[in-house]
Design a binder for this molecule. Structure first.
Ligand SMILES: Cc1cc2nc3c(=O)[nH]c(=O)nc-3n(C[C@H](O)[C@H](O)[C@H](O)COP(=O)(O)OP(=O)(O)OC[C@H]3O[C@@H](n4cnc5c(N)ncnc54)[C@H](O)[C@@H]3O)c2cc1C
Length: 270
């Protein structure tokens, strides 16, 4: 809460993620949804939620997706509950995208739940071959879509093996989203993609409040503030909680230099 408050006070927006994924049973999934609803109530009470300044990001498998029995139904009920709390608080929910085996089910959930909660956001990973056509299908009025490269390994049959192709796909997806009537959220720290997003947004005649940039908490902080100082909307992804292993491993995989950084900070704490 303190970090969220500090980031908001410095002119950034925030999305909070309660760490955890691949829940083992329906009770645990419901407990994660409870945590999110409590968080949203706290954000609202602190005056941070209104206008979506602080919103939440939810991993579908943390709230039931993938459970052997009634996984889709459990996830849908839990996400609805979180969305209902967010609506009362005046903020929004974005469903993170996980491993490629969950993409179809996650997009189905989004399509189903947007009937009742049109502002439910979702994520597209440019690393997947299917993503440009998913962006085209999602480019609808008001549709909130976060575009990222993707943090999960996937086989060549479904994903681009070369980083260059992942970046090209990112630019194609960006073009579709920025030219469409939805609300694109460009989640990347890649300086080249950030400047392409800015140029394309300007070409598409987009107002600064009709799209946003997103970055992870602690990554390229100076750039986050620079973008915000230009009048752009800049949202920081802020994870919290004790189930940090999966998140840490993905951050190490995308930037091995983080291993030295992580070990240094462990050593300086001990
Ligand atoms: C707000 C947000 C939400 C996300 N949500 C999802 C999601 O739902 N599903 C999903 O699969 N992925 C998600 N991701 C992760 C994303 O897919 C990438 O794995 C991650 O952002 C790294 O890719 P990049 O676009 O920053 O480009 P890269 O080419 O990986 O990085 C570009 C440069 O940014 C810096 N950088 C990048 N990552 C780090 C890091 N971890 N630590 C320090 N510096 C770094 C480095 O300087 C690097 O050279 C999200 C990312 C962000 C920012």
């Amino acid at each position: 809460m303190q970090v969220a408050q500090r980031l908001l006070a410095s002119g950034l927006l925030v999305t909070l993620d309660y760490l955890g994924e691949d829940t083992a049973d329906a009770e645990q999934a419901a407990a994660v949804a409870d945590e999110y609803t409590r968080l949203i109530v706290r954000l609202a009470a602190a005056g941070l939620a209104a206008g979506g300044r602080a919103e939440v990001s939810v991993k579908p498998t943390a709230v039931g997706l993938g459970l052997a029995e009634h996984g889709d139904k459990t996830a849908a009920e839990n996400i609805s509950r979180i969305c209902a709390a967010a609506r009362v608080a005046g903020t929004t929910v974005t469903l993170d995208m996980e491993d490629h085996t969950h993409v179809e089910a996650t997009l189905r959930l989004v399509a189903e739940l947007r009937g009742e909660f049109p502002d439910l956001g979702c994520v597209i990973q440019s690393g997947l071959r299917r993503s440009v056509s998913d962006c085209a299908a999602l480019a609808r009025p008001g549709s909130r879509v976060r575009l990222c490269k993707g943090a999960y390994r996937a086989p060549e049959s479904v994903a681009f093996p070369a980083r260059r192709d992942v970046d090209r796909s990112y630019v194609r997806c960006l073009r579709v989203l920025l030219n469409g009537p939805g609300y694109p959220m460009a989640a990347t720290h890649d300086p080249r993609l950030i400047s392409i997003a800015a140029a394309r947004a300007s070409l598409a005649g987009r107002a600064a409040d009709s799209f946003e940039y997103q970055m992870l908490y602690g990554v390229r902080t100076t750039e986050q503030h620079r973008l915000a100082s230009t009048g752009a909307q800049m949202r920081v992804y802020l994870p919290y909680g004790s189930d940090w292993y999966g998140y840490l491993v993905r951050r190490l995989a995308e930037r091995p230099a983080n291993l030295a950084f992580f070990l240094r900070s462990l050593a300086s704490r001990s």
